[in-house]
Structure formats: C-alpha cells, structure tokens
Design a binder for this molecule. Structure first.
Ligand SMILES: NC(=O)c1ccc[n+]([C@@H]2O[C@H](COP(=O)([O-])OP(=O)(O)OC[C@H]3O[C@@H](n4cnc5c(N)ncnc54)[C@H](OP(=O)(O)O)[C@@H]3O)[C@@H](O)[C@H]2O)c1
Length: 318
C-alpha cells in the first residue's frame, strides 16, 4: 500500500511548474490561481490530492482554527487573521477546519470570509460537536451556518466520535439535502484510534481526521492503511503536537538533506512528514501569525519525503 506514485507525481508537477509563485493547476481550484501582493513566495504550485469518494482534488495544506481564531473583535486581534487568510488563498489553499465548540472561531471565520467575499474560495470543514440527539445536532448545525454566514459547508464531521450513530446519521441526512458535501469523523488522541478504525470500517465515511506527527505515529498501524484500503480521505491534525515540537528542535539545525527536499524550516519538515504518508490527503496546521502561515504553506510544494528522510526525522526527534 505504501506507494511512491504520489512522490513521482508531485515531483513532476513541481518541475513542470518551474520556480515562482503559481497556484494549483486543478481547474476546480482555478479561481484561487490569482497571485496577490500577499502571496507567499512558494517554490511551485501547491500539490493537490484527490478525495477518494469523488476524485475532487484539494490542496494538501489546509488550516485549523482552534485557538488561532478564538479571538474578539478588535483590529489588533483580527488584522493578523485577515492576513493569515489572505496569504492562504493567495497560495491556492482552500481547506479550513473549524468547530462550533472552538469559542468564537466560527463567528470570526465567517465574518472575515464574508467581509472580503472569500467564501467561494474556502472549503469549509466543521463539526457536530458535544451535542446529544438529532434535534440538538440540527440546531447546532443551523447555528453553525449562521455563524459562518453560509448556507452549506463542504465537510461535516462528528467531533471526537461523540453521539456517533445519531450525529453521523444527521450528517448524512444533511448531505442528502445538499447542505453538506462530505461527511467525516474525527479524533485527536492515539488511544481513540482503535475505536476510530472500527467506525471507519463499519461506516466508510468520506473523511476521517486524526492526529499524526513525527513523534506520534500510532495512526500508521491501523487507521491510515485502512483509510487507504477503503478510499477514505484523511485530514491530519496536531502535526506540530499543538506547537510542542518546536521546543524539541530549538537548537537543532535542519537535516543536511532539507534543501533537496524543499524544506526551509522545521515547520515544513513536520508538515512534510505527515504529508508523506500515502494515505494522507490534507494537513491542517493552525496559526494566527501571517509569517508562520507563509512558512506552513511552503510545505505544500515539491516532493514528498523519501523513507530515508522520514527515518532521519524520526531519529532527530527521538
Ligand atoms: N478532535 C478534533 O477534531 C481536533 C483536535 C485537535 C485539532 N483539530 C484541528 O486541527 C487543527 C490543528 O491542530 P492544533 O491547532 O491542535 O495543533 P498544531 O497545528 O499541531 O499546532 C498549533 C500550534 O503551532 C504553532 N505554530 C503554527 N505554525 C507554526 C510555525 N510555522 N512555526 C512555529 N509555530 C507554529 C501555533 O502557534 P501560533 O498560533 O502562535 O502561531 C499553535 O500554537 C486545529 O486548529 C483544529 O482545527 C481537530
């Protein structure tokens, strides 16, 4: 199952694109192809990967909103997030993960997308979160649409497998009504991965979301190979271990092979590690800082890591 086809494809795309900013070549993403003054200087177009259940292609770097978008309404809090979004779309990225239980994140995201007419460029993943029963789930979803200032979302996920049967049935109902394009399930802890794997096997959702980083690789055992076998798209959360990985490499130089792998920072090394598993579709790092957003987007170009490079990173963080 561990194929390098993706490595060869992305290398060929990067070579064909040459150096300089360009956005993804997938026609579905063509509206995101306009470079702007805020565009990060990427070494090529963002790589895309297909969502197995439809074949729709999606840029490999997405973003999270937990913490980073849980802010108030002052210019000091919102201006950096405006720039974070501007750079994200300028690079051709689209997938933004949020949840109704991330404080003000849905309100802030909805407001910032609406004020600049950015909703059509966004591929929004949100959740049914912390609710019990169909009515409560439906009320939460309708509130989510209001908060995000939209009438549908691309992905609706059952958060942390909570009230799974009822909420997944509701998500599928909303999909049938056209208010949701894909359904999924999420978790963020290794100890939940056996349960997640059983759910994925039984329910075959369009997406699963799970934690996977250079130091937390439990998903490799069962969840990731299974997603690949069943054709389930995979979002990766906590690729930076909620930021803790940076302290571990504070005084460490990048590996000698970093430049040849298109890596200019530890953030890019960590994101490329998660992306170089062939089951992974998109990684969703969270930041409220524009320069870090540009840094993270830089991991979405060029080749995947080789197995030797992956092992070298594992050893560096051991
Ligand atoms: N159960 C679930 O469904 C679940 C659970 C967890 C997470 N998630 C989703 O996954 C997303 C990502 O997970 P996460 O936010 O927990 O953790 P993460 O992406 O692993 O780490 C975020 C932390 O890394 C820092 N950071 C980001 N980019 C950086 C860079 N280039 N250089 C240095 N530091 C950087 C951020 O700080 P600054 O903001 O200060 O830059 C923040 O403290 C969440 O936002 C959420 O959308 C879902």
């Amino acid at each position: 199952m561990y194929t390098r086809r993706r490595f060869l494809t992305s290398t060929a795309i990067a070579a064909a694109a040459g150096i300089g900013l360009a956005a993804c070549r997938d026609p579905a993403q063509a509206s995101q192809a306009e470079p702007t003054a805020a565009a990060p200087q990427l070494a090529g177009p963002l790589n895309t990967r297909p969502i197995p259940s439809t074949g729709e292609k999606i840029p490999v770097i997405g973003m999270g909103t937990s913490g980073s978008f849980e802010v108030g309404d002052t210019a000091g809090e919102r201006d950096p997030l405006r720039e974070v979004l501007k750079r994200f779309f300028a690079a051709g990225a689209s997938l933004i993960d949020t949840a109704p239980t991330y404080g003000t994140a849905e309100d802030v995201l909805g407001a910032l997308l609406a004020e600049q007419g950015l909703r059509p460029k966004a591929w929004i993943a949100t959740k049914l979160s912390g609710v019990n029963g169909r009515e409560a789930g439906l009320a939460q979803f309708n509130d989510t649409l209001r908060r995000l200032k939209t009438d549908k979302v691309e992905l609706l996920q059952v958060h942390n497998l909570g009230d799974l049967k009822t909420q997944l049935a509701l998500a599928r109902e909303l999909k049938a009504e056209g208010k949701v394009r894909y359904v999924g399930v999420t978790h963020y802890l290794e100890r939940a991965q056996d349960e997640l794997a059983a759910v994925v096997q039984a329910e075959k959702p369009d997406f699963l979301q799970i934690n996977y980083s250079v130091v937390t690789r439990g998903a490799e055992k069962r969840v990731l190979p299974q997603a690949q076998d069943l054709g389930v798209a995979v979002l990766i959360n906590r690729a930076f271990e909620d930021g803790k990985l940076f302290a571990q490499v504070k005084d460490k130089p990048l590996p000698a092979w970093a430049a040849e792998a298109g890596i200019a920072s530890w953030a890019q090394a960590f994101l490329k590690f998660s992306l170089s598993h062939p089951a992974v579709t998109v990684v969703i790092p969270a930041t409220g800082k524009p320069d870090r957003q540009s840094d993270n987007l830089g991991a979405g170009t060029g080749p995947d890591l080789t197995e030797a490079q992956r092992q070298s990173l594992i050893a560096a963080l051991a």
